[in-house]
Design a protein around this ligand. Sequence first.
Ligand SMILES: C[S@@+](CC[C@H](N)C(=O)[O-])C[C@H]1O[C@@H](n2cnc3c(N)ncnc32)[C@H](O)[C@@H]1O
Length: 579
Amino acid sequence: MFPYRVSPYLHIVENRLIPNVVQYGASHLLTGEVVELSERLRTLFSKLEVAKTLWLSEEDLNSQIAEDCRLRLLIEKEFLIPFHLDPLAPFVSGYVVRPVQNPALAYRAEDGRTFLVRTSMAQHEFSPAINALPTVIEESMSPIAARIFLQSDGTRTLAEIYELLDAGSSPNILEDKSFREALDFLTEHSRQLIKFAPRRENLEDPYQPFNIVPRNLYHSARWNAERNDSSQQTIKDFHIEGIEDASWEFDVIEPTINHALRFPSEPLGGLDYGSRFCLSTMKPEIFPSLSELNRIKILEVGGGTGTFARSFLEQASQLRASILKDASLSYHIMELSPALMENQRKLLAEGRHDVTHFQQDATEFNLPGHEFDLIISNEVIADFPVAAVRRAETEGQDGKWEGEGALYIEKYDLPVEDAPASFMVNAGAFQFLERAWQHLAPGGTLILTEYGGEHAYPALSFHLNHEEYSIHFGHVSACARKIGFNCRLLTLKDFLQVDTEVLMLNGKEEHILCLNHAFGKFREQSPYALISKKEFYERFQKILGQIDLVGFTFSPLRTGFHFGPNLSDFMALVMNKPY
Ligand SMILES: C[S@@+](CC[C@H](N)C(=O)[O-])C[C@H]1O[C@@H](n2cnc3c(N)ncnc32)[C@H](O)[C@@H]1O
């Protein structure tokens, strides 16, 4: 029999993102590894809080209970450790890293002291209410903690850092009290400033365990029903009543790729998103009727803040003499949210752009007398309603589907051979395609972009203040073909020719929040947007040098841990209405 105990570096985290479900995980503060905690394991850990020791023989470890409780895995991952082992000992030869997903930064003040700028890593709340962003904490670090943090760039083991610091009052790292106190400060759950990687490989991968900061996950609108019960609100009601502030909605709640790339940007060859979109659209293979038109009538559906329209129109005016052969442009935006419509009006009036606005629901829009040459809907259709479908259980009904979405399967020949027993269909997107067909001139083009996949069934997106579903592009394409469109499905990356190898600043809103806290001392701010390494240094070089800022990192755009959604999740569906 061997005695084991629970590592003091084990921390239990909870996830309350799925309504009425609480998931528990054991996280290891030094490795970032998380093991899902079954009811049985939670009972075992609470018993161990009292008993302290778990006696296990080889036979026990081979038993069914051990298998069920995944005891071997817990031992292998250092959650359960031999009773007399120093829990830090296995990590002395580990490479010390600052987790990429932790937004913490350190800067040097004028008096030479190092300060930490961070948010609490104890929990993360999705879709925070207005002005409820996480609090930025600034605290001074002991010289030894500061030096460890500054050295933790993944190139050195803990033993090497110890040697380098020459901190040792003791020749043995494990017996050095002040060094260990500094490590406790750095690894404590609400900080998680350093972690340990077994090798120096994949250190830049933001999703490796050592780059993750496991914490409690909540959703402002779901984890506490009393605070905000939005369950009765339909998606349409939400867009009419629920959006109060355009900047908050797109900076924090629901950044779009367009919003993240609204400034001229390196991955788009120095253009912004709307301009690049315009260039990718004004091509014969995408917009075949272009060369015949002397007046191009465009409808944008779901205009957001209005930046897409502004950039698209500015780029189009530059193309007038060339590709557009002096054709004039008339631009229209259809929008459901009054707050966003107001924002669009204001923004476009500033640029003196002549735009017509309609407030309508795109899934049932009706604009008598209007026929458009081009309809664009950028990152909108996931907002449209879905309909549920399930496999019929009634005897003799094999292969039949029921539920409010079942009618679409037959109507549009949706491929469902690989469907699970119950699923959603993007009913609102189908209805929108029907309406767009009615309003499109023969030879006209309809372009939709959104996140989803060619074969992936619509999945609930949990990080928004309203419910929305990803797009099954295979189904939407089938619907479009049935209506009469010729279709081409592309990745958004290919449609816009985005260079995803460009190094971009890692991190989400919290990272920008911490950066802006430090930059604020110099009256500088970084917008909530994607920014490349080159652009970042061009803009902030002076401050960075002045305060020796440490903690920000970069990775290629393709890795996806950047401001806004992950580009690789997005597709573009191009549809042409035959003459
Ligand atoms: C995720 S935002 C995208 C905004 C913008 N196209 C962009 O890419 O940044 C979705 C937009 O579509 C609008 N919208 C959502 N549902 C709509 C509907 N049924 N009819 C019209 N507009 C809608 C929203 O109000 C918002 O402006």
